[in-house]
Design a protein around this ligand. Sequence first.
Ligand code: PMP
Length: 341
Amino acid sequence: MAFRKAYNNILETIGDTPLVRMNKICKHIPATIYAKVEYFNPGHSVKDRMALQMIEDAEASGQLKPGGTVIECTSGNTGMGLALACIVKGYKLICTLSDKQSKEKMDILRAMGAEVYVCPTNVAADHPDSYYSVASRLNKEIPNSFYPFQYDNPGNARAHYLTTGPEIWEQTEGKITHFVVGVGTGGTISGAGKYLKEKNPNIKLWGADTYGSVFKKYHETGEFDENEIYSYITEGIGEDILPKNVDFSIIDHFEKVTDKDGAVYTRELARKEGLLLGYSAGSAYAVIEQMKDELTADDVVVVLFHDHGSRYVGKVYNDDWMRDRGFLNDRNKSALDLVNK
Ligand code: PMP
């Protein structure tokens, strides 16, 4: 039996995550459906991959120098990946987060040595208090600082082109027909998707979007419609900007998923598959449910689950939190009972 080798540092454990077949939650769908379970990364999310890539690109280009400070606006997972890279490589880290992010994410970042700025969610991206503007201002004020800006940084998508895409291709022995993934910065779908489409242009890329985000309408009409923008609860996916890392030209379809469906399916994935995942996982899975009529018994679907559920214990995994938002309607019913109804 081959065991894993010893690693020189925690960064070497990034990637090579398992592909796990889902058997129960999707038994009514004819296709074979696999989960790419990204919480096996050391920072418990897919974002470790791109965080390391962006840091190493900046070192190579001279944008990041010894003793430097990394500043990033992040929903938390990129911050965790950056924290790992900064600890191992000896940089300071400042993260700006929007106030809708879970307290667990903020506490974890602080525990990993990052300085955290909490910024209001309900302001426009160009407002001086937005988490983008605060990061940009700090970058101008702090000497020897580097602002990766994951939305437009090409290292983000490239990390997935170099690692996530090839892993999925190998793990499915080239049989994958559909890749389903939540879209935030777009790095995951665009990078892994580009690799997969180069291997087989017939592979379909389906993105999970939220109500309150601009992606789906822009993809279908080319119009950036500000009326599409309003606040929502799902974390990590959907945007009020058009990141350069979203390659709209290779994405076949976006599905919008409600906050409720994302939350309820997240609970169901835990109960039925033993996958304790973050909130966006339920949204990504909901895309398969919403699109199931398009799938046949010959299809091999890979859905990528971005992060671990530990950061959401006070949220989707808390029945009171779910009930307060109308996601559980009856005191005696769990999320699972609701789904099974
Ligand atoms: N889910 C979660 C939990 C995330 O943190 C992110 C990153 N914003 C995404 C999905 C979307 O991934 P990407 O930024 O690569 O599109």
